[in-house]
Structure formats: C-alpha cells, structure tokens
Ligand binder design. Sequence first.
Ligand SMILES: Cc1cc2nc3c(=O)[nH]c(=O)nc-3n(C[C@H](O)[C@H](O)[C@H](O)COP(=O)(O)OP(=O)(O)OC[C@H]3O[C@@H](n4cnc5c(N)ncnc54)[C@H](O)[C@@H]3O)c2cc1C
Length: 468
Amino acid sequence: MPDYDMVVIGSGFAGSTATLSFLETTEKAGQVGRVALIEAGKKGTWPGGSRWTRPFLRLNRDTTLLGDRAERVEQNLLDLDYWRKLEDEVPNTVKFMQDHGVKLIHHDEENAALDFEEQHFAYPVGGGKEIIDEYLILIAKYETANVFYDHEATELTLDDEGRVNGVVVSESDGQQRTVTAGTVVLACGGFEGDPEMLKQYTGRDADDLPIIVPGIKYNRGAGIRMAMDIGAGTAGQFDMVHAELVDPRAKTPHSVIWGQNYGIVVNENCERFHDEGEDYLFATTELIAYDTWRHQNQKSYFITDKTVMDRFEGSWVYETAALPPEQSDTIGGLAEKLGLDPTKLEETVSEFNAACGSGDWDPVEMDGKETSGITPPKSNWANPIVEAPFSGFPMTAQLKFTFGGLKVDPDGRVLNTNEEPIPGLYAAGEITGLYHKHPPATSVLRANTFGCIVGTNVAESLSAAATG
Ligand SMILES: Cc1cc2nc3c(=O)[nH]c(=O)nc-3n(C[C@H](O)[C@H](O)[C@H](O)COP(=O)(O)OP(=O)(O)OC[C@H]3O[C@@H](n4cnc5c(N)ncnc54)[C@H](O)[C@@H]3O)c2cc1C
C-alpha cells in the first residue's frame, strides 16, 4: 500500500485547492483520502506566486469568465478544449472560493480601457496569502492530510508498468526520501526562479530579468523537468514570459506602473521605442516590459502630463505604485529629475506632440487617435503632452511568470508527447502551459479551477476503485 492516495507538489492556489477539494470529495463519499502536500518553501513564508497576488480576476458580475478576448489574443493557438473547460467551470470555482469564505469585489472601470470584453473585473477581499492560509487551516483539520514544508520534490518514480507511483523529495538537510502515492499532482509553478532554464528557453539576457516578488524563486521548473524526464509533452510558448514595468526607486517588491498607453515611453537616450497605443492597458505594460528587457538595457521612462495624472487620481491604475512620479513644470526640469538629457527629452516630446492627430482622446476605448509621420507611431490615445505639471516614472522590467509548461487534458491529466495520459500523473496551475500571448487576469482562475478539477477527479477515481 502506498504512503498516500495522493501527493501534491506545491501549495499555491493550484496545490491547495487540489488538496482541499480531494479531502472534501472523499469525505462526502464516506472515506477521507490520505494526502501529502509537499512545499519547497519554509512554513510561515510566502512561497510561490499565488500568495503575492491581489489578484485581478477576469470575471463578469454573474461570475462567468470574460472569455472572448482570450480567443482573440491567442488566436488559433489557444487550446480550445482546455479553454472551454475553464469557461464551463469558472462559476463552480467562484462558488468553491465563496463557500470557503472568499468575498469578491466587483469593479466597473470608468477610466481605463481594459483588455476584457466589458469594462469590468473582480478581485477578492484580502490577497492570495490570506485565501491560501485559510485553505491550509481547513486542510490541517483532516487527520489524513500531512503538509511538509521545506521539502523539495526532485524526481518522479514509476512502477513496472510505467505508472507514476511516487516522488523523491529532498529535505532541508539534503536527505532524500521517496514518498509513494496512488497519484501525483504537480502544482509547483513555472521556471521563473531558474536562471538556467530561463536562459535555455528565452535567450541570452535572462540573468538580467529579476523576479518581481521573492516567493517565485522556488519555481525553478522542477515539476516541468521531472515530468519531461518521463515523457511528458509540453504546451505554451517557452520563449515568452509575463514581465511588468516596476519603479526601480521603490524599496518594496511589486511596485508596478500602469497606464503607459496614455503617455509616451522613452529609453535612456530619450527615444521612443514602442507603439504605446498598440494595445490595452495590461497588454501594453507587458509588451513594453518585454521590449525594455530585451532591447533597452532594462531602463525606460514613462512621461505624461496633468491631463492623464488627473484622470487616474485615486484610481487603482496608480495604486500599485509605491512612490509618486517625479514632477516638474517643464519637460527639461522633469528630464533632470529622471537623470535624462533635458534637450533630448524636449525634442522627443515636441516631435511627438506635433505628430498627434486630431480627434477626441477617449481613455476607455481604442480611440484611434494616432500619430502621423513619426517612428514608432502611436496608434491610439496620442494626446499631446502639454499640460504642466509633467510627470515621469523611471521603470525596469521584472518577471512574473513563464508561459511554457506541461500539456494536460481538460481533466488535468498530464499528456505524453503522443498526447496520451501518463497514468498516475496530474498537473494544475502555472506549471501547465497555455499562453502564447497572455489574456490578462486568467492565471489565478485557472490555477483554482484546475486545482479543484484535479482534486475532485482523483477523489472520484479513488472512490470508484474502492467500490469496485
Ligand atoms: C506578484 C504577482 C501578481 C500576480 N497577479 C495576478 C493577477 O492579478 N491575476 C491573475 O490571474 N494572475 C496573477 N498572477 C499570476 C498567478 O498568481 C499565478 O499564475 C498563479 O497564482 C499560479 O498558481 P500556482 O499554484 O500554479 O503556482 P504558485 O502559486 O507559484 O505555487 C507553486 C508552489 O510550488 C512550490 N514549489 C516549486 N517547486 C517545488 C518543488 N520542486 N517541490 C515542492 N514545492 C515546489 C512553490 O514554492 C510554490 O509554493 C500574479 C503573479 C505574481 C507573481
């Protein structure tokens, strides 16, 4: 008999929901299952990405997924079977969250154009850490559940017929042991914490892209490697990542600057380098962050004026910034405060202002107000920067998560390179690959959704086996 019915690797949203839904489903079926939750981080710390999120959720008021845009973002690359399952299950996921004490706040956005079909998103009261802490308290009430912190999974084990039957874990003192299980669930994130894997998949400058919060240092791609070692297939774009623009002056992590699509962004030579009006707010930050990292020596500057800053005063758009922008009544004065060449910045702003077309500036629509005659163009929201005081944020790109991961079917079973399920192996959350481009505010929902799906599926197959 194996040590456990199920072993889960990783205690973020995916791992904690898989564990809790497994326990509750087996309890309802009359015999509580035995589960080990293995976590590389220390107890009481904030390991992984989930605990650091607010998070934004792409939800309608009726708790369905705001979905159409994802299909447009990902185009023909989207795994439609997986996406349809996510759409179908998201209302159940929200119910699971609410049944376990999570309260949602719905926000109708009146100022900024969002990537969603409607000007709406939701977020929970309290952040990811509080929600996961609550899930772990509920898990701890089950005598059949054991949580092992400071234990890193390193290898999957197989039985003679090729079924996954356990995992090798390394304890903090370096001791290794094998935990045997009927099923193993990989929920241990992407590879943003592993510079070697980043370099291998994304290219030469991966060392220069710091992680945005310390918790994701544990996400070293171990789960992806372990599964690939036994023949797992992959999905999602391995050379693409989600990075955001943060303020290098900030002393606290995750000081994200949004709203670049309403002003201009220059490099350290005061040159514009990206069409700031190419896409909506979230996507623009991601695209310019990538460009800042790859092509601009990791330094860029968001320049804007009173019109834009007034519009977003008191709004969530700048709530994530730890510090106010540098300000001056002249563009030259602003340049000096940002450590930029005043003459060059004045020239760039003048050239941009002269190129702004006519038409109304409308921050809640792709307004088509574009520049003409400059390179790069600005395709939307090209409003002259003329109203003092002028504002500027210095920015650098930091890494949030990777896109490439394991291929799973809509039941969360890990597929091999022939798209056949690997017996005994499931995966959920960021470790599973999906994105090529990135439909924003989807990741937490998919970690929770597929965590629940996997936990329930493993519980049901256990009950089915017990009843013969
Ligand atoms: C700062 C930040 C903000 C974000 N904001 C949003 C947002 O607003 N909306 C949204 O939808 N998404 C957001 N995301 C993305 C989203 O949070 C993640 O994609 C999602 O939470 C991933 O959940 P997960 O459970 O798969 O992984 P994680 O939460 O990263 O959990 C993985 C766990 O596995 C552990 N682990 C790793 N390797 C091992 C190993 N070998 N052995 C044992 N344990 C291991 C890690 O320590 C970690 O606890 C954000 C991410 C970050 C970092």
